[in-house]
Design a protein around this ligand. Structure first.
Ligand SMILES: *Cc1c(COP(=O)(O)O)cnc(C)c1O
Length: 360
């Protein structure tokens, strides 16, 4: 067997230890004689798996008691609609920060439900920067403020959490959740598709302050109302049971590694090493402003784009795969989520130096 270093932005690499455990438990979970996939979501065994996963996530992120954790489907993209559907209440508008392709999509969806007030727009910089904190002027009458702390495609990450006063702050944390410690109490709602830093695609996690639940309009689909899921412990209908279980294994793995305080240090080091290698050479460069370079998604370009295909081909021979940048930006992108071992960065950095030597 040959496990590669998979730099995919998502679905992304998972910890080998987690996959091995899932393999060992595949046919017979804990003496139940069945796979987790085959269990009733209302049975004792599955309920214990679900409850443990939630408890571990709460512990990892220090989620306050007045927040619900929902295990949903539909991806982060469904949250682009569920957020306005549930949070607008009687208000007519919401504030959005436009800092990349994902916030752009969130905005397009929100426009179907409300007036979107664009508080910041970094498109002139081709999304290579984030707005200065002092420049953000929020509307006190907005139902909420939405932003994308880490823009997965371009690789910009906010170095600060916007202060929105009494207006609830909503964050699409799909590609940064669990990468570092955050103060959940600063947010009204956090959501994330699982396939970057949590587990397999198909599971979406929503962490929502209780007072923001129960305000959806009457004519909205029950499945799109947070209250439906909060009142039923995310079991109103059949939840994505296997994804939830696997997320639970990832949470256990994170706890064993020392939790988010420990993983944060590792992530900071991994990213610093890769950015240092890019900075140290004229052959590679990062288009992103230094103060907001993502720890999770590291885009870089070769001085000569004609070498891109060769770079990818040679990299693959070293087990370094899925380094191609997003089709909208080109170049390379190394996504280095929690599950990417430090060794993967070392092998990549060594390969980059070798490739430069051969082709500069
Ligand atoms: C991947 C991603 C999405 C889309 O997630 P889906 O689960 O495919 O809907 C949205 N926002 C961000 C920041 C992402 O990284």
């Amino acid at each position: 067997m040959n496990r590669v270093f998979n730099f995919s932005a998502g679905p992304a690499t998972l910890p080998t230890a987690v996959l091995e455990r899932a393999r060992d438990e595949m046919l017979d979970w804990n003496g139940s004689g069945m796979s987790v996939m085959e269990m009733s979501h209302r049975g004792k065994d599955y309920m214990s798996i679900a409850a443990k996963a939630e408890a571990d996530l709460r512990e990892l992120m220090a989620i306050p008691d007045n927040y619900k954790v929902l295990f949903l489907q539909g991806g982060a993209s469904s949250q682009f609609a569920m957020v306005p559907i549930n949070l607008l209440g009687d208000k007519k508008s919401a504030d959005y920060l436009l800092t990349g392709q994902w916030s752009k999509k969130a905005i397009a969806e929100a426009k179907r439900y409300c007036d979107v007030n664009i508080v910041a727009d970094t498109s002139d910089s081709k999304f290579t920067t984030v707005p200065a904190e002092a420049d953000l002027k929020f509307n006190p009458d907005a139902a909420y403020v939405h932003y994308t702390p880490n823009e997965t495609i371009v690789g910009v990450e906010f170095p600060y959490i916007p202060d929105t006063g009494d207006v609830p702050l909503v964050a699409d944390m799909s590609s940064t959740i669990l990468s570092r410690q955050i103060d959940v109490s600063k947010f009204g709602l956090i959501y994330a598709g699982a396939q970057k830093n949590i587990g397999p695609a198909g599971l979406t996690i929503v962490i929502v302050r209780e007072d923001l639940i129960g305000n959806a309009k009457d004519n909205m689909p029950a499945m799109f109302d947070y209250k439906t899921h909060a009142d039923n412990d995310s079991m109103y209908n059949t939840p994505p049971t296997y994804g939830w279980y696997l997320a639970g294994l990832v949470f256990e793995w994170l706890k064993e590694k020392g939790g988010l305080a420990a993983i944060e240090k590792i992530n900071e080091k991994k990213a610093a090493k890769l950015y240092a290698a890019i900075e140290a050479s004229d052959f590679y460069s990062s288009p992103i402003d230094k103060n907001c370079r993502s720890w999770m998604n590291v885009p870089f370009v070769l001085a000569n784009a004609e070498l891109d295909a060769k770079f990818l081909e040679e990299a693959a021979k070293k087990n370094l795969v899925t380094l191609k940048g997003h089709r909208s930006v080109g170049g390379m992108r190394a996504s280095i989520y929690n599950a990417m071992p430090a060794e993967g960065i070392d092998v990549l950095v060594a390969f980059m130096a070798e490739f430069e030597k051969a082709h500069a």
